[in-house]
Design a protein around this ligand. Structure first.
Ligand SMILES: [Zn+2]
Length: 334
């Protein structure tokens, strides 16, 4: 992260601190915590890895003290989680899945747009190589979701849950589903049979889910006992997440560094609304200069569209816009 990026993130820090200070009890710690590797991103632009905690209490105390920009822990369990990667001693790993909106809903492109980081011009996709107004090459694509594309991601997540239960015989209580904190869903599967699967077996599993011309014979040999193969539609999971048995995965109930929403556990997919249920930052009004924001619904209320306006918005929305580079929180008294 550049110095200017570090500077840019500072107004958000107090809200992250507020959340971890007030809600650390909500943060669920993983089982066998002492065998997991933890990592975090701080507001100074650093990524720190190879940490470990001895207890849930120690982990929560760390969150309160450090208020990280993002926090992750390993799907894997290791003999020595703080050792360098090659000597950690891999034991087993939770099976993880990520369904992201860009794979699950091509419709996302319709609402997304580009914005120039220098002069804040914006326009519909495709993104130009350089800003037509100021010539800067610092132009980014911003994903913007609508109700329909969020529904499509949810449908994919529902299909994945059904497949895990019906084809692999997993029980619902061993499948933890989370809103990713930013436009997708994460699955943590903590079934012992699945945890023992190595990388080759996970590649087979991914091919089956993506319908990548998997080899039925190999699949049956490698898949967990009792698996039943069924004809299904392709489910758009991110293969890299499932295959990587050493990945550190965003921690449940932590805040997402690109949205300020939380990685919230989902009890029932049908009724889950990320823009209500994953909103955990305060309602207090914050002054913000918005460059551009299409219409959006948070907590059942519609906001915008806004263009080049200075206004007061609830903190959760101001942080969301600030982190997406669509506005600038104005800190009073500074
Ligand atoms: Zn520009």
């Amino acid at each position: 992260m550049s110095t200017s990026e570090t500077q840019r993130l500072q107004p958000v820090k107090r809200f992250f601190r507020w959340y971890y200070f007030n809600f650390s009890e909500r943060i669920s710690a993983p089982d066998e915590i002492e065998q997991r590797e933890f990592g975090y991103m701080n507001f100074e632009g650093g990524m720190v890895r190879h940490l470990s905690f001895k207890s849930p209490g120690e982990y929560r105390a760390f969150l309160v003290k450090s208020s990280p920009l993002a926090v992750y822990y390993s799907v894997a369990l290791y003999h020595d989680p703080t050792a360098p990667m090659e000597s950690k001693g891999w034991i087993k790993a939770d099976l993880a899945f990520d369904i992201d909106i860009k794979d699950a809903s091509p419709r996302i492109k319709e609402n997304s747009f580009w914005i120039c980081r220098s002069c804040h011009s914006y326009g519909p996709l495709p993104k130009p190589d350089k800003c037509p107004r100021c010539g800067s090459r610092d132009v980014d694509e911003v994903e913007w979701v609508c109700d329909e594309c969020m529904e499509e991601v949810k449908e994919a997540a529902t299909a994945l849950m059904r497949l895990l239960m019906e084809d692999f015989g997993l029980s619902r209580k061993n499948i933890k589903i989370y809103f990713s904190g930013n436009n997708g869903y994460h699955f943590h599967v903590i079934d012992e049979r699945m945890r023992k699967l190595g990388q080759p077996e996970r590649i087979e599993l991914v091919d089956y889910i993506l319908m990548n011309g998997y080899d039925e014979k190999i699949f049956q040999r490698n898949s967990p006992e009792g698996a039943v193969i069924k004809q299904r539609r392709k489910i758009p999971i991110d293969p890299n997440v499932t295959i990587d048995v050493r990945r550190i995965f965003r921690a449940p109930e932590s805040l997402h560094n690109e949205s300020g929403l939380s990685k919230r556990e989902v009890e029932r997919l049908e009724s889950f609304d990320p823009f209500t249920d994953a909103v955990v930052l305060p309602d207090e009004e914050v002054e913000i200069k918005v460059y551009y924001m299409p219409k959006v619904k948070f907590k059942e209320q519609t906001y915008g569209p806004f263009k080049e306006e200075r206004l007061k918005l609830p903190a959760f929305l101001a942080v969301y816009l600030h982190l997406k580079g669509l506005g600038e929180i104005i800190e009073l008294g500074r």
